[in-house]
Write a protein that binds this ligand. Structure first.
Ligand code: ZN
Length: 69
């Protein structure tokens, strides 16, 4: 049941599921870092796996990496 992701599907996913915008125009696999523009204006990069599965859908400023608490 592998879903085949293309850059246009990813773009659609990003639009529907986040406030960020996809800047990358190529998708070469899940280990590739994609570039996004956060709603605050910052650019950030992240693999699509993290973006999608770990809910990391904003830049590190708006959504700081989890600190131990
Ligand atoms: Zn941000």
């Amino acid at each position: 049941m592998n879903k085949r992701w293309t850059i246009s599907k990813i773009n659609e996913f990003v639009e529907k599921n986040s406030d960020s915008t996809l800047l990358s125009t190529e998708f070469n696999g899940f280990s590739q870092k994609l570039f996004f523009k956060c709603s605050c204006g910052n650019n950030f990069d992240k693999t699509f796996t993290k973006f999608k599965n770990n809910n990391q859908r904003k830049c590190d400023v708006c959504q700081p990496p989890k600190t131990s608490r």
